[in-house]
Design a protein around this ligand. Structure first.
Ligand SMILES: [Fe+2]
Ligand SMILES: [Fe+2]
Length: 198
């Protein structure tokens, strides 16, 4: 089988576009979060966008390795989420969690299975590693969505150690300060608590 006639080739092309789109969506989402004052949330989302860029970069390397000749065009017909920019921050976070879930529970497990069946063991393992990352992304977006919706980003039921990412000030309180007592940075600079098990 020619490498570029394999299903794995098509799947890599789809994954490359999917990751590239996700990167841009998350960069836009990070800007939205920042514009609403959620500076730490914005930085967290920017980091996810960087992860997606690096996923796209690695996938591009696989495509490049499979096809030694110049790639003139890649035909891709698939569905990617598009309208998130028109929604609220809360809705965007929810949709992002859902996209990550689809990627990690349906799309990449299938791509890994196909790659293994076609003899591309290294690509199968790559997709399996991606599943772990996208699962973490899903968890992060789920937490951000839930905490924003419930008003618990900066307000907990028990005393919590908060940290200002601007000046490093730390204080243990049930509710984080509106303005940092040390540097006066607004609440959005307080580092958000993400729990692994949610
Ligand atoms: Fe990714
Ligand atoms: Fe992701």
């Amino acid at each position: 089988m020619n490498n570029n006639k394999s299903k794995t080739w098509d799947n890599l092309a789809k994954a490359y576009v999917g990751e590239s789109c996700a990167r841009n969506r998350y960069d836009m989402l990070a800007k939205l979060a920042k514009s609403e004052g959620y500076t730490d949330m914005s930085d967290m989302i920017k980091l996810v966008a960087t992860n997606e860029f690096n996923h796209a970069r690695m996938i591009f390397s696989f495509l490049d390795a499979l096809e030694p000749n110049e790639i003139k065009n890649i035909d891709i017909c698939t569905g990617y989420p598009f309208k998130q920019k028109l929604q609220s921050l809360e809705e965007n976070l929810k949709l992002s969690a859902s996209d990550e879930e689809i990627e990690s529970t349906k799309v990449y497990p299938e791509f890994a299975k196909v790659a293994r069946a076609e003899g591309f063991e290294d690509i199968a393992k790559f997709f399996e590693n991606l599943i772990n990352v996208e699962t973490c992304h899903k968890m992060l977006f789920t937490q951000l969505y839930t905490q924003l919706k419930n008003g618990t980003l900066y307000k907990k039921t028990t005393a919590t150690k908060w940290k200002c990412k601007s000046c490093g000030h730390e204080q243990t309180l049930k509710e984080a300060w509106d303005k940092c007592p040390l540097c006066q940075a607004p609440q959005g600079f307080v580092m958000i608590k993400i729990e692994d098990n949610a």
